[in-house]
Design a protein around this ligand. Structure first.
Ligand code: F0G
Length: 481
């Protein structure tokens, strides 16, 4: 919730109290430099004991509620026919209005099954934007991902409320060009992660569905961040101000043929599922579930997580839960705007994203500005962020670099985990870095994996800039920080 202070300003206020806490560490700058150098300038290689604030992701790092934890205690451990599964299925029926449910171990498990069953070699899968694991699975199945976002989507300094919208004309042109037999489905991702958590509007989804239906193309909805997208519709789209998050979710689902999610985000748990009302799709997917994930009533998830997911799905329809990350992100983004530090606008759903091309204008994309910025932030603050730029793109079949549309450094806001003073600290240190941006130079690969290279790749700092940055920080701020 946003609360108005006596000076007229609004701040996000937590609509929960903290009853369990976890100790954090504050490794000093020399320790941090050593950790990132040993880890090949890749924040995925860091151990949590070597960092202070973890903004790598909001995936599987959200605080669970007392009711979620309590539900875990009544989990019914059975290989087949677990009552926990039926409680989840009942919840999905209520919250999302789907009859058929296929649980999976996490979101990419759902993507794997969808790719396996629907995507054939030579197919094209249009979508508002790709996600890393989605693209990997659809390409491994022989398909091509076609992003048909509106031009504004790549403008990081935009005020467009719905940068996650699909370009309808491009969608029609795509159908004309490839024909429906080459398009297994259209995928819409709620609050498009790699565009900076940007939502699509209800109006856009409705139109996409209309075009898809006219050509018998199923609409697949990636709802990993569905409650945030619903919250933005409530805040930004005319006619939805007085609707509840639940009412908005029901309407979104009216236009959806196949739904899937990573339960690690909006529903504050671990796991995922596919859901549909189409018995035929369900029957096509079902035989593969035990092959790749687990039996129909657990799909690779622990029954404890299944119970917690049933509660998490209901809780995400509470506006105070749906907005808990989004309002922190807004506060975060506005602080950077005040300080003229380049961030993605408008504020998105899961994180505050720095525009690394604007932050480090002296670095070409071949030197990975977003990866360099992520490493530099870690060195000077102990805050772990995630590279979402060219390192997150794999090379093409001929081994050429594929430059990312955007070079973003993501500071994710796990739900209900950090406080405003954590955010203030990050803003302060990143602003200091912006004032010293010339000290940050590029990176080069030392070890480069062939697929999803951002996870395990090892890089080195050109011109040993990490050590130089450390020295300046120690002189200006102090070696104990
Ligand atoms: N779809 C979206 C929109 C996602 O953000 C993610 C994961 C997935 C699918 C895959 O789900 O991780 O449960 O297998 N996003 C995480 C992130 C990894 O850090 O943003 P998963």
């Amino acid at each position: 919730m946003l609360i108005k202070l006596s000076n007229g300003k609004e701040i996000p206020i937590e609509m929960h109290k903290v009853r369990i806490v976890q100790k954090t560490f504050f490794p000093c700058i020399d320790h941090r430099l050593k950790s990132i150098e040993e880890g090949g300038y890749n924040t995925f290689s860091l151990r949590t004991k070597d960092l202070f604030i973890d903004m790598l992701t909001d995936s599987g790092t959200n605080a669970m509620s007392d009711n979620q934890l309590a539900a875990m205690m009544v989990a019914d451990d059975a290989y087949a026919g677990s009552e926990s599964f039926y409680r989840l299925a009942d919840t999905i029926k209520d919250v999302l209005r789907f009859d058929y449910v296929l649980p999976v171990h996490q979101g990419r498990g759902a993507e794997h099954l969808l790719a396996k069953v629907f995507v054939k070699p030579g197919d094209v899968v249009p979508m508002n934007y790709h996600f890393t694991t989605t693209k990997a699975h659809f390409e491994l199945a022989g398909g091509t991902v076609l992003e048909i976002y509106a031009d504004e989507a790549l403008n990081t300094q935009s005020t467009n409320s719905f940068k996650g919208n699909l370009d309808l004309q491009k969608f029609k042109d795509t159908i004309k060009k490839f024909g429906t037999e080459k398009i297994p489905f259209i995928r819409m991702e709620a609050t498009t992660n790699l565009l900076g958590g940007q939502p699509f509007s209800m109006e856009n989804l409705k139109e996409v569905k209309k075009i898809a239906s006219e050509h018998n193309i199923p609409l697949v909805f990636d709802g990993s961040l569905i409650s945030e997208n619903a919250y933005f519709i409530k805040q930004r789209e005319k006619g939805y101000e007085n609707k509840t998050i639940q009412e908005i979710i029901w309407e979104l689902m009216n236009y959806t043929d196949i739904f899937y999610l990573s339960g690690r985000k909006s529903s504050c748990v671990r796991g995922g599922f596919i859901a549909t009302n189409n018995k035929n799709y369900y029957e096509m997917l079902k035989p593969w579930l035990p092959v790749y994930e687990g039996f129909l009533t657990y799909g690779g998830m622990s029954t404890k997580e299944i119970e917690a997911m049933a509660i998490g799905l209901r809780e995400m329809t509470d506006v105070n839960v749906a907005s808990s990350a989004a309002e922190f992100v807004k506060y975060f983004v506005e602080k950077f705007i005040e300080r003229k530090v380049p961030v993605v606008t408008p504020p998105g759903g899961l994180a505050c994203h720095l525009d690394a091309k604007l932050f480090l204008p002296h670095l070409p994309q071949s030197q990975y500005p977003s990866g360099a910025l992520s490493a530099a932030i870690f060195i000077i603050s102990g805050v772990r962020t995630m590279e979402r730029g060219t390192i997150s793109m794999d090379r093409d079949k001929d081994g050429n670099e594929v430059y990312s549309d955007l070079e973003l450094t993501r500071m994710a806001v796990p739900r209900r985990v950090y406080t405003l003073s954590h955010i203030e600290y990050v803003v302060d240190r990143v602003t200091w870095l912006y004032e010293h941006k010339d000290l940050v130079k590029g990176l080069k690969f030392v070890e480069e994996p062939p697929v999803l290279r951002f996870f395990f790749g090892k890089l080195a700092a050109l011109d040993n800039w990490g050590a130089k940055l450390t020295n300046v920080f120690k002189k200006e701020i102090g070696g104990e920080y």
